[in-house]
Write a new protein. Structure first.
Length: 320
């Protein structure tokens, strides 16, 4: 029976924790997650998704502000762990923690390493126009996603793929792949593959809100990737009549040309927006204080602010 501790925080980590809890030959001794934080408009204290999952399963939850402190290392050492599994925990672990478990610390990372090391691999893969991404199971070292790779599984990225879609697909892949890898480690069947080709490594920098401001003068393909990469967070945005408009899904339409940022609602209710090349059809959007609308909902709603032809901009004052 493998004795495992689990460190993770967001929703992405939950399916992997559930896979460990369901495995008959694995015991999850405790769960580590980030401390409760203020969230939402009301800034109410909010528990992490991993904490809620662990509590529902009756697993002890530990929320250290900084795990890599001597007193926390001693607590972990007393558990006699075989493995510490880490999935989007939110803290960089130091050797004082990495060296504790019998088989070390194992990370489930949402990219095909060494591509997209770092904080936002899902969004950056879509934004860059990658044709595929996946999950890598990695033996952790003191670097940022630089340790030996133990297993990989790839999936395709389509034109219609959003970060929300990709997040859910990769989350489902991670758990079974990790469980198989842990069994291979226990049976000494695993073959670590060093990340020796640093020339192929890319860094997935943390998402900033300004990254999601739509650049309508770029090609339709670029704008599509930008919009889909930041769906749902922070939401690709621009301005229509000084109102901030979030756009979540689009599709390339090879129709008559519109100038970049030109908004045009057709007689069938569809909304087309010009780019530096061909127009995009808007398939999902949201105005401030309103619910998100799909293309079908937009088509049956009449007399709303988007009727007619307008010019979208990158600032409330109308600047491009």
């Amino acid at each position: 029976m493998l004795q495992v501790a689990f460190a993770g925080t967001p929703e992405f980590a939950v399916p992997t924790l559930q896979a460990l809890l369901s495995a008959p030959d694995i015991t999850v001794k405790c769960v580590l997650t980030q401390p409760d934080r203020p969230a939402g408009r009301g800034q109410q204290m909010s528990e992490s998704a991993v904490k809620r999952c662990a509590r529902d399963a009756g697993i002890d939850v530990w929320q250290p502000e900084q795990l890599s402190l001597p007193e926390h290392a001693e607590t972990l050492r007393a558990l006699h762990l075989d493995v510490l599994v880490v999935v989007a925990f939110g803290q960089l672990l130091k050797p004082i923690i990495l060296d504790i478990p019998r088989y070390g610390c194992i990370n489930v990372h949402a990219s095909l390493l060494p591509r997209w090391r770092g904080a936002a691999p899902v969004q950056r893969a879509i934004e860059a126009g990658d044709s595929e991404t996946g999950v890598t199971i990695m033996q952790m070292d003191a670097g940022l996603d630089t340790g030996p790779m133990l297993a990989k599984q790839a999936i395709a990225i389509e034109d219609s793929t959003t970060a929300a879609d990709l997040h859910d697909q990769l989350a489902r892949i991670g758990g079974p792949l990790l469980v198989d890898t842990l069994r291979a480690i226990r049976e000494n069947r695993h073959v670590p593959v060093p990340q020796t080709d640093d020339a192929r490594a890319t860094y997935a920098k943390k998402i900033r809100v300004e990254d999601a401001c739509i650049q309508w003068d770029q090609s339709a393909e670029y704008v599509l990737r930008q919009i889909h990469a930041f769906n749902p967070y922070p939401g690709a945005y621009c301005y229509l009549n000084a109102e901030r408009l979030k756009i979540f899904e689009v599709a390339v339409r090879d129709t008559h040309r519109l100038s970049p940022g030109q908004w045009q609602r057709h007689s069938d209710g569809s909304v087309m927006i010009g780019t530096g090349t061909v127009p995009l059809e808007c398939l999902a959007l949201q105005f401030p204080g309103q619910k998100r609308l799909t293309a079908s909902q937009m088509k049956i709603r009449k007399g709303l602010p988007w009727d007619g032809t307008y010019q979208l901009s990158r600032s409330p004052s109308g600047g491009h």
